[in-house]
Design a protein around this ligand. Structure first.
Ligand code: FO1
Length: 315
């Protein structure tokens, strides 16, 4: 498929939905750079929730209700692990587990290659046309400071159900991370960049925090690439996850305008939901154009429609 190439930056469920919509138009011309800050080790295996959520969505096998995991999966291995006394609060389905087994085995093999190469091999096995690129091959685990101290991201997110107040965030090891050659090449060829409707602080934030990532974006912009961002906050609320509470707790406004302020130095077109139409003039006053539309993606058709509107606004 010839034509312009696009890079999307994505976290989990919201990002994966828009990535799926973009893939419907772009196929192999799409590269999705995913947050790896949520990655964790479970039962000796590497789990990559954002990579895997995008993978399952692009393959059309995601669990419809939750957005992550595989539709119709069973939990026999998890229940057996629990019978051995292993922690079972992070629920890995049987078919999902196969991905973590294969990935971890390949990473441990002497000739297994880098994280990105291993992920690309697994994506090819599922027949994906777009490429899903980890933001870095080096681990950059997100940690959350609560009244209890520093917690690993999944301990906060899944085990403690995002209930403690977030006092501070850090991306451990980020100073030693760098964008991969694949990420650099994708930005080098992109004529458009899309910041998906993912949490700006713990999904897009870690990607942009990798040293060298903002320079890649700046170089693409200097070449003429245009950048759009889709607000993950609609009517002051996140559709999924704790982005609204986290923004407020960390001193930002929990609104589409608050997100626009975080992205103002990068973005040409900011996409707001119809319910936030009133905020468009304030976003434009920050120096961005706005696209006001229905941003709630409930099915394949609404994903593809939003993606096509975003791509049209960047032409
Ligand atoms: N989220 C949950 O709330 N509970 C789970 O047990 C859980 C398991 C899980 C397994 C694999 C995977 O890829 C994702 C999983 N998630 C689970 C979702 C995920 O950890 C979070 O939604 C993201 O990290 C936030 O983007």
């Amino acid at each position: 498929m010839g034509g312009p190439k696009v890079v999307a930056l994505a976290g989990g469920v919201g990002g994966a939905k828009l990535a799926h919509g973009l893939a419907a138009h772009l196929g192999e011309r799409l590269s999705v750079v995913v947050n790896t800050g949520d990655d964790c080790e479970r039962h000796g295996l590497l789990v990559m929730p954002d990579h895997d959520t995008v993978l399952y969505n692009l393959a059309g096998i995601e669990q419809a209700g939750l957005g992550w995991g595989i539709e119709g999966d069973t939990y026999a291995a998890m229940d057996q692990l629990a019978a051995y006394g292993e922690e079972a609060w992070f629920r890995l389905g049987d078919r999902d587990l196969a991905l973590h087994v294969a990935r971890s085995a390949r990473l441990r093999a002497d000739d297994g290659g880098r994280l990105t190469e291993v992920c690309l091999g697994l994506q090819r096995a599922l027949g994906l046309a777009p490429r899903i690129l980890p933001m870095s091959d080096a681990p950059v685990p997100t940690q959350v400071r609560t009244a209890e101290g520093w917690l690993d991201f999944q301990e906060y997110f899944v085990h403690q159900r995002q209930t403690p107040d977030v006092l501070e965030l850090r991306f451990a090891g980020v100073a030693d991370a760098s964008p991969t050659p694949e990420v650099a090449a994708a930005f080098g060829e992109a004529s458009a960049i899309v910041l998906c409707p993912s949490n700006p602080l713990v999904s897009i934030g870690p990607i942009l925090a990798v040293p060298g990532m903002r320079s890649l974006l700046a170089a693409a912009i200097a070449r003429g690439a245009r950048v759009a961002a889709v607000s993950p906050i609609i009517g002051g609320r996140a559709l999924k996850g704790p982005a609204d509470r986290m923004l407020a707790a960390l001193g930002h406004e929990s609104s589409a305008l608050g997100v626009a302020r975080l992205y103002a130095d990068l973005v040409d077109v900011f996409v707001l939901d119809n319910v936030d139409a009133d905020a468009a003039p304030a976003v434009e006053a920050l120096g961005m154009r706005t696209l006001v539309t229905d941003t709630v993606m409930t099915d394949d058709a609404s994903r593809a429609r939003l993606a096509s509107e975003v791509l049209a606004a960047l032409r």
